[in-house]
Ligand binder design. Structure first.
Ligand SMILES: [Ca+2]
Length: 157
């Protein structure tokens, strides 16, 4: 066993240590396969994904280099949740942008209505707030489009 003995950081960076670590993980993997496949018949089912990505390694909870059935299920569940979260986030941002735009369009009507119902002071007040309101909505909407443009670019690269 290489890991778990309080190895100093400078040793951990050496290539010989990295090699030892790799050997250890291969060793663990072979042991694991042996344990789970006493009969060589279904050995193929137990062999893990040999080229695990870093993303997948995070889900290798017992660190044996193989994603077993349970770990795979956890990984899929986690991915599904992440996707749902992103989806919900996009929806709420879109709703907010629409709300802001509709407010922008209805704003002049507010002034018009207040004036039509002979509420001169109200109409004047709404008109007074207008520059602040329009500026903040403009910032909000441009931030939304800027953020989605950046997100789109990230996905492409
Ligand atoms: Ca595992």
């Amino acid at each position: 066993m290489v890991s778990g003995y309080g190895v100093p950081a400078e040793v951990k960076r050496t290539s010989i240590y990295k090699l030892a670590e790799a050997l250890e993980s291969i060793h663990n993997r072979i042991n694991n396969i042996r344990k789970e496949c006493p009969s060589h018949r279904n050995e193929e089912q137990c062999v893990g994904d040999i080229d695990m990505t870093e993303e997948m390694q995070k889900y290798d909870l017992n660190g044996d280099g193989v994603l077993d059935e349970q770990e795979r299920r956890i990984m899929l569940e986690d991915m599904r949740r992440k996707m749902e979260d992103e989806d919900a986030q996009r929806d709420s941002i879109r709703k907010m942008a629409w709300f802001a735009l509709i407010g922008l369009l209805l704003y002049p009507f507010g002034i018009f209505l207040a004036d039509a119902f002979a509420m001169g002071t109200a109409a004047q007040l709404i008109a007074d707030i207008a520059p602040t309101y329009f500026a903040s909505i403009a910032v909000l909407v441009s931030a939304f489009f800027g953020a989605s443009a950046i997100a789109g670019k990230k996905k492409d690269s």
